[in-house]
Design a protein around this ligand. Structure first.
Ligand SMILES: NC(=O)c1ccc[n+]([C@@H]2O[C@H](COP(=O)([O-])OP(=O)(O)OC[C@H]3O[C@@H](n4cnc5c(N)ncnc54)[C@H](O)[C@@H]3O)[C@@H](O)[C@H]2O)c1
Length: 427
C-alpha cells in the first residue's frame, strides 16, 4: 500500500453575524433564483428563525413552499417523504432553517431530486452502494439554529436506517451547502438540553478530528477524485479543531445556563462551524461511530424540555456518553494530542511527570466534569441501556467503517464490547 501524501481542504462558504438570516432573500435573488423549497421542523416553524427567513423571501418576491415535517433525528422513512416532496415541485434551490436534522434532510432531498436513484445507491458502503454523487446539486442555503452539528459546512447527511437500527449516511463534497448563514440570533430559543447536547457534539467533532489517525496513515488513492472527505488529522483541520475546543471550553456552560448571554451564544455557534470545517475534512472516530446504534436503538428516553411524540437520545448526547470510555482507550495511541486537549479544558498536569502516560484518563476526567455541569445523564445506563444490549450496540458500530477506521487505536469487536461496558456509567 502506498501511503497518502496529500490532504485536500474543501472550503465552506460561510457568513457569520447576528442578524444575517434576513439577507437570505437577497442572496437568492442575486443568484437569479425565484422559487425555493424551505425545510424546517414542526417545532421551529413558528419560531423567529423561520419567520425571519419567510419574511426575507417575501420581501424579494421569491416564491416558496414550506416543508415543516422534518423528523428530529431523521430516518430513511422521513427522508423519503422529504425527497418525494422536493421531487414533486419545480424548485431552483433550497433553504434549510434548523438543526442538523433539518439541514441533513434538505441535503438528501436536494440530492435525490436532482439525481433520482435507488435509495441505497448513495448511502455509504458497506451499508449502501456508496455511489459518488454524479455532479453538482442545486443551491442549498443552510441556516443553523443549533450550535451545533456544523452541517452547514459539510457534505455529510446522517440518518437512521430503521430496518437496521443504526445510523448511516451519505458523504460527498457536492452536498455541501452553497452558503451557510451563521447567525447567533437563531440559537436564542434553543432548549437548554439541546444547547448542552449540540455543544458537546461540537466538542466531540473537534476532539475526534484532532485525535483521528494522521492522513499519512491512509492509503493513497489512485485518482484525486477518490480521496475521501474524511482524511484523518491534518495541519489544516487541527487549526480549526483546536480553536473550537478553546471556545467550547470557555463558553458552553454559559450558553447552556443563560440563553440571553450573547457573547456565549456567538462563540458557541462560531465554534460549531469551526469544528465543522475541521472534522468535515479530517473525520470523526469512535465516539460518533458508537453513537449511531446508541441513538438508533433508543428505548423510552425522552429528554426534558423537548416537545416530541417519540423517544430520542439527542445526537450530541449519544456521542458524549461514549466519550470518556473512548478517550481512555485511545489515549495511548497519541498521548500528546489527548493531553493537549485535556489541558485546554482545564486539567492541571504540571506536578505529574507521568501525566503523558495518563493522557486518556486526564481527558476523560475533564469530559465527565463538563457532562455533570451540563446535566447530561450518567452514562448509557441512564438512558435505558443494560449489558444485555451490548452485542447489538457492537453490531451496529462495526459497519461504521468510514469513521471507526479513523480511530488512532484500532477497535475490534471485543474492544467495542469493553468500551460500551465502560460507557454504561460515567461517574
Ligand atoms: N451533517 C453533518 O455533518 C452532521 C454532523 C453532526 C450531526 N448530524 C446530525 O444532525 C442531527 C442532530 O442535529 P442537532 O443536534 O442540530 O439537533 P436537531 O436538528 O435534531 O434538533 C433537536 C431539537 O432542537 C430543536 N431546536 C433546534 N434549534 C432550535 C432553536 N433555535 N429553538 C428551539 N428549538 C430548537 C428542534 O426542533 C429539535 O426538537 C442528527 O441527526 C445528527 O446525526 C449531522
Amino acid at each position: 500500500m502506498e501511503k497518502e501524501y496529500a490532504v485536500q481542504m474543501a472550503a465552506s462558504n460561510l457568513r457569520f453575524g447576528p442578524g444575517v438570516t434576513k439577507e437570505v432573500g437577497m442572496d437568492l435573488a442575486d443568484m437569479g433564483i425565484t422559487r425555493v423549497l424551505v425545510f424546517t421542523d414542526a417545532n421551529l416553524k413558528d419560531l423567529s428563525p423561520v419567520q425571519t427567513v419567510l419574511n426575507a423571501l417575501e420581501q424579494e418576491n421569491i416564491s416558496f413552499d414550506l416543508f415543516d415535517r422534518v423528523r428530529v433525528e431523521p430516518t430513511d422513512i422521513s427522508m423519503k417523504e422529504a425527497i418525494t416532496f422536493a421531487q414533486d415541485g419545480d424548485y431552483q434551490g433550497y433553504v434549510a432553517v434548523g438543526g442538523g436534522s433539518v439541514i441533513d434532510t434538505a441535503k438528501a432531498a436536494n440530492l435525490y431530486a436532482t439525481y433520482p436513484d435507488d435509495f441505497y445507491a448513495y448511502i455509504n458502503a458497506p451499508i449502501g452502494l456508496g455511489k459518488p454523487v454524479p455532479g453538482p446539486v442545486k443551491p442549498l442555503i443552510a441556516i443553523p439554529t443549533t450550535a451545533g452539528t456544523g452541517s452547514e459546512t459539510t457534505g455529510v447527511v446522517i440518518m437512521d436506517l430503521t430496518e437496521r437500527h443504526a445510523k448511516s449516511g451519505i458523504a460527498h463534497r457536492y452536498l455541501k451547502p452553497i452558503l451557510g448563514l451563521v447567525d447567533p440570533e437563531n440559537t436564542r430559543s434553543m432548549p437548554p438540553v439541546i444547547a448542552a447536547a449540540s455543544g458537546l457534539d461540537v466538542l466531540c467533532h473537534a476532539m475526534e478530528s484532532y485525535t483521528a489517525i494522521s492522513y499519512h496513515q491512509r492509503p493513497r488513492p489512485e485518482r484525486p477524485i477518490y480521496r475521501p472527505a474524511y482524511q484523518g488529522n491534518n495541519p489544516i483541520s487541527d487549526m480549526w479543531a483546536l480553536k473550537a475546543i478553546e471556545l467550547t471550553s470557555e463558553y458552553i456552560v454559559r450558553a447552556y445556563k443563560d440563553s440571553s448571554d450573547d457573547e456565549a451564544r456567538e462563540n458557541m455557534i462560531l465554534a460549531s462551524s469551526m469544528a465543522g470545517m475541521g472534522f468535515g475534512n479530517a473525520g470523526v472516530h469512535l465516539c460518533h461511530g458508537m453513537s449511531y446504534p446508541v441513538s438508533g436503538m433508543v428505548k423510552n428516553y425522552r429528554p426534558e424540555g423537548l416537545n416530541l411524540t417519540y423517544p430520542i437520545i439527542p445526537h450530541g448526547m449519544s456521542v458524549i456518553l461514549n466519550a470518556p470510555a473512548v478517550f481512555r482507550f485511545t489515549g495511548q495511541a497519541c498521548p500528546e494530542r489527548h493531553l493537549k486537549i485535556a489541558t485546554m479544558m482545564g486539567a492541571n498536569v504540571s506536578d505529574n511527570k507521568d501525566a503523558i502516560h495518563m493522557a486518556g484518563d486526564y481527558l476523560a476526567d475533564q469530559i465527565i466534569e463538563l457532562m455533570r455541569e451540563l446535566n447530561i445523564p450518567n452514562g448509557l445506563s441512564a438512558v435505558g441501556y443494560t449489558s444485555e444490549d451490548i452485542p447489538a450496540l457492537v453490531d451496529g458500530t462495526l459497519p461504521q467503517h468510514r469513521v471507526t477506521k479513523l480511530s488512532p487505536r484500532p477497535a475490534k469487536a471485543e474492544d467495542l464490547e469493553k468500551l460500551f461496558e465502560d460507557a454504561m456509567t460515567a461517574w
